[in-house]
Design a binder for this molecule. Structure first.
Ligand code: IPD
Ligand code: CA
Length: 265
């Protein structure tokens, strides 16, 4: 198999350095504006962190493509793409609620080969390379073993439009009686890392973007978990499911799919 070690190391370093930069701005005054709705917020720290990453990747990997949430796109020629969320969990960042990350996935054409998710406030770096496993800082991580659906702790998230949130909350009411409980911590990439390390048993969300899930989906599968999309094993904006067992992932997907698209975004 081709070695992607260079990309694994670079994604880790970039995510850690960008998270330090964002964390250092946390207690200072920052400006907030809205995007798709009043609840879909962006700060100058999101933008500055993205600029830092785009400039650094452009310098060190000048032929690669960059796809970043706040618009920092660049088309390269190498077949390698960097998929970036400069701050996943912006609402939490604004409220100083400790769940937000810098998320960096690296794809070789359509295959994710490296992923790094750095928890901005705790400083932990979750990372994976295809075929080499998943790690939190220096330690290997693994999904929780043998969970039953009725004992499963499931993470999820809500989109930014009112219609979609209402549909998502109604769907949630329809499954909460069949599982142990629900967590909504507000950063999809970190929820997925929590599945990878056994803090959650499963996760599903409708309406994510590639920068929310690309890095962390690899971290889940390399930690022994299962990631599904609306049809096969490719997660998408339409649906992202992750779980510690295939049975739980299939259960969650089978429950959500008949309700898609869970209202318009
Ligand atoms: C959001 C978070 C949230 C999820 C939303 C995402 P953002 O990302 O990951 O947990 O529920 O769907 O959009 O906007 O903070 O980068
Ligand atoms: Ca973001």
């Amino acid at each position: 198999m081709k070695s992607y070690q260079t990309f694994v190391e670079a994604a880790k370093t970039f995510a850690v350095d960008a998270a330090r930069l964002a964390n250092s701005s946390r207690k200072r005054h920052f400006s907030v504006s809205s995007k798709s709705s009043v609840n879909d917020m962006v700060t100058n720290v999101d933008k500055e962190t993205e600029t830092y990453l785009v400039e650094r990747i452009s310098r060190e990997f000048p032929n690669d493509t960059i796809i970043a949430e706040e618009g920092g796109h660049r088309t390269g020629t190498s077949g390698i793409s960097w998929v970036i969320d400069p701050i996943d969990g912006t609402t939490n960042f604004i409220y100083d609620f400790p769940s937000c990350t810098v998320s960096i996935g690296v794809q070789d054409n359509d295959t994710t080969v490296a992923g790094a998710v750095c928890d901005v406030m705790q400083g932990d770096i979750y990372w994976a390379g295809v075929g080499i496993g998943s790690f939190k800082n220096a330690d290997p991580i693994h999904v929780r073993d043998g969970v039953l659906i009725e004992n499963s702790l499931i993470g999820t998230g809500f989109g930014y439009s009112s219609a979609r949130r209402i549909a998502q909350a109604e769907f949630l009411a329809s499954i909460i009686g069949e599982i142990r409980d629900i967590r909504r911590t507000g950063a999809a990439s970190l929820d997925l890392c929590y599945v990878a390390e056994g803090r959650l048993d499963g996760y599903y969300e409708v309406g994510l973007w590639p920068w929310d899930f690309t890095a962390a989906a690899l971290i889940v599968t390399e930690a022994g978990g299962f990631v599904l999309g609306p049809k096969g094993t490719t997660p998408s904006g339409e649906l992202t499911v992750a779980a510690s067992t295939m049975e739980l992932a299939s259960f969650l997907r089978a429950k959500v799919v008949p309700h898609l698209p869970l209202a318009d975004a």
